[in-house]
Design a protein around this ligand. Sequence first.
Ligand code: ZN
Length: 61
Amino acid sequence: MKNHAFPCPNCNNPLEMDIDALLLGRVIECTDCHSSMKLTKDHINSVADALKSKTSVSKKK
Ligand SMILES: [Zn+2]
């Protein structure tokens, strides 16, 4: 289970998300304001980098 929280760009509600789903470009919905959003590739990469340095697990995709 790899979950990572980031603030909703609309209401700043911290959203927990499945990194694997995010890396696939899945659209997520804020649990508070219910706005749908999709992370840009740059954002996904920075999240993935942060996770990598945190867990030091190298996983090739
Ligand atoms: Zn929101």
